[in-house]
Design a protein around this ligand. Structure first.
Ligand SMILES: N[C@@H](CCC[C@H](N)C(=O)O)C(=O)O
Length: 330
């Protein structure tokens, strides 16, 4: 039996599938089919998820394993910040490590175990890198500039009330600071949907993040994710938004201190550092395992993972997590 774990970071939820445990690893087509089935909110196991995190053998030196990210719609992302924290914990427990590197699609990223956020709320810190602004890295097009940092974009918002920043970390993000995050929700949904279907600006789609500044070094971020839609949180989105905060509102953002980022699913901390002209971001937050799902390998290959063929065991960590977020003050 294979243990398909249900996990989350800030309630951005995933299944971890460790391909190294399988007799025969899933093919690319099997992975896509299984992801679509498992993540479906109405019919997937345990209410579905936002994607699957695939653990496989690394192909770079000094990395413990490789993480791949398959979005709910079957597309593959280059990175996932909330997901990497949970994979870091999974690998830390599997190999009895506390600080190591994980291979991701574009880079080998440092991860470290952190102190628990509260009893039974384990936490990990992960590197979010590399950061790029130039349009070829996103990619984006037809916006009249090589890079967009803190400026209006009439193509998205003709009234010019909002400013936008675009960056790859390395997955693509569009960021805007809005006066009221609740009121901006409908526009976020419309813009997110528009930029993630055929459009002249982002040929590969983009994660769209709206943020409200709550105070010095304090943000609330909501994200419409490429390949998924609205999620409770997006780790790379909160990391990119933290850097955009510094670039657009430096008077409210002290880089010698952590930035606290609230989201609909909880809270994370980010640390932004500038080394010459390069930015480094660290994302710190919960790495919660909610369920162990034991299933025969053949069901993974045949896309027949349903509750009646699984042994599902709750870990009890979700209760601890919900208690932790009850006491958060945004
Ligand atoms: N939820 C993730 C990002 C997952 C990938 C994203 N949807 C994309 O396609 O780039 C995170 O926590 O960073």
């Amino acid at each position: 039996m294979i243990n398909l774990k249900k996990v989350h970071g800030s309630q951005n939820s995933f299944f971890i599938l460790d391909q190294t445990l399988l007799t025969t690893p899933l093919t690319e087509q099997e992975l896509v089919t299984l992801t679509k089935t498992l993540t479906a909110k109405a019919t997937g196991i345990l209410g579905g998820a936002d994607g699957i995190l695939v653990v496989q053998k690394s192909s770079t030196p000094n990395t413990v394993a490789q993480m791949r990210v398959i979005n709910a719609d079957g597309s593959e992302a280059s990175m996932c910040g909330n997901g990497l924290r949970t994979v870091a914990r999974y690998l830390a427990e599997k190999h009895a490590l506390t600080s190591f590197k994980v291979q991701t699609r574009q880079s080998d990223l440092e991860v470290q175990k952190q102190a628990e956020l509260a009893p039974n709320v384990p936490a990990f810190g992960v590197e979010i890198s590399p950061v790029h602004f130039e349009k070829r890295y996103l990619p984006f097009d037809n916006l009249g500039a090589e890079q967009i940092i803190d400026r209006p974009l009439v193509e998205f918002e003709p009234q010019k009330k909002l400013h936008f920043t675009i960056m790859a970390v390395p997955n693509p993000h569009l960021i805007s600071f809005v006066p009221n995050i609740e009121k901006a929700g409908t526009f976020l949904g419309e813009l997110g949907a528009k930029l993630n279907t055929l459009n002249p600006y982002f040929p590969d789609g983009v994660n769209v993040n709206f943020a409200q500044i709550l105070g010095p070094n304090k943000l609330f971020v909501r994200t419409y994710e490429r390949g998924v839609g609205f999620t409770n949180a997006c780790g790379t989105g909160m990391s990119a938004t933290s850097l955009a905060f510094y670039l657009s509102h430096p008077e409210q953002c002290d880089l010698t201190q952590e930035i606290t980022v609230f989201n609909p699913g909880g809270m994370v901390k980010t640390k932004v550092r500038q080394l010459d002209d390069q930015f480094k971001i660290q994302l710190i937050g919960n790495a919660t395992f909610t369920h162990d799902i034991l299933v025969a390998e053949s069901h993974l290959h045949h896309n027949t993972v349903t509750p009646d063929v699984c042994q599902i065991q709750a870990t009890g960590e979700q209760e601890a997590y919900l208690k932790f977020i009850q006491h958060l003050n945004a």
